[in-house]
Design a protein around this ligand. Sequence first.
Ligand SMILES: Cc1ncc(COP(=O)(O)O)c(C=O)c1O
Length: 391
Amino acid sequence: MNFSTTAESIRGSKNAALDEIARKRVFDGKRVTDFSKGELSISPPSEFLENAGRAIRSGLHGYTEAIGVRALREQLAAYVNDRYKIEASADEIAVTAGAKPALYGVMLSIINPGDEVVVLTPYWSTFPEQIMLARGIPKVVRCIEASGAIDLLALDESTTASTKAIVINSPNNPTGVVYSDSSVKEVIRIASRHGAFVIFDQSYYSLTFETDRTSSFRDLVCDYDRAVIVDSFSKCWALTGWRIGYVFAHPSLINLLKSIQTHTNSNPNSITQFALLWTLEGSGVGRYEMDLVAMLAKRRDRVATALSTISGMSFPRPAAGFFAFADSRCTNRSESTGQSADELCREMLNETGVLVVPGSAFGTSYGFRISYAGDEQQLDEGLNAMVEYFR
Ligand SMILES: Cc1ncc(COP(=O)(O)O)c(C=O)c1O
């Protein structure tokens, strides 16, 4: 059968093989401590759930405007204003079915065949695949390994007249690193020299524990009209399955997203839209977010403490989100076996039942990602098993 070469070039999930081993373990009655999942195991805010019930009871089951109901776009403009100190208007907002389709819509809107889009490693694995689906070329630039910070010199060298966009994911998946204000400013400067877009994936922004951020987003971006914000409620409100996010961008880009959504998913889920609208209109879920951030910061401390006890293990200290990215190359275990990260993760799963995602899923040849979003009870158990494994 002849299929699209573009579709055939897309790589599926890298950790599928590990997932299979994990399932087999569970089937055999063995324990698996799952540190691989990128979603919280807690409930969404109760206000949101109540509002979703109200939307169902109100019979809001029909199509909506392709980029979301106007009232929600207005609420999200106010939300952007509040968070980023940008005077956004509803015409600069498109509601999407989460950050993933938002990013894909942006890629489709800006990339011409052969355009380069810069992504920084370690990266969230969807970025390069979406760029290729949109017929662009991912241009990979390595971050500084020890700190996870942007290597601005390397970024500058790699950004050329062929660069259509730079993707910035801060707080970052998989490292949990928040890029400094000065580096974000420099990214804008580099991009503006070539008229490139800067796509900010802010999916973990609300889950920031600590940052040296002193400037508002507006100060950093300085009205650069090619700055695009992509954000969603998947991570900060534990709404991964409800599918809701948004794009803030220049109205001309929003119009393209509208055309694309009209012909692809028609509109984001109507019940989710109204539940979000009424929740944002209400007293807000500030307390929920504060408690979540405090809980995740404590978990981060437990992960950091455990990793620090492993001789030779290094990792950028996560400042947000629920991931840590551990570099095990200098541990006794890795030095004595010379294993690749993929082999190490497979062996660790087989020996201890701890499931992590190897660096190859994030465009690096080393390290692995630990997620601490999951079950509270399993956290210490898994960390202890990991420490034991490297002893
Ligand atoms: C960096 C990043 N962006 C976007 C997403 C997708 O989020 P959503 O569920 O809103 O599509 C994820 C999910 O893992 C992510 O890690």
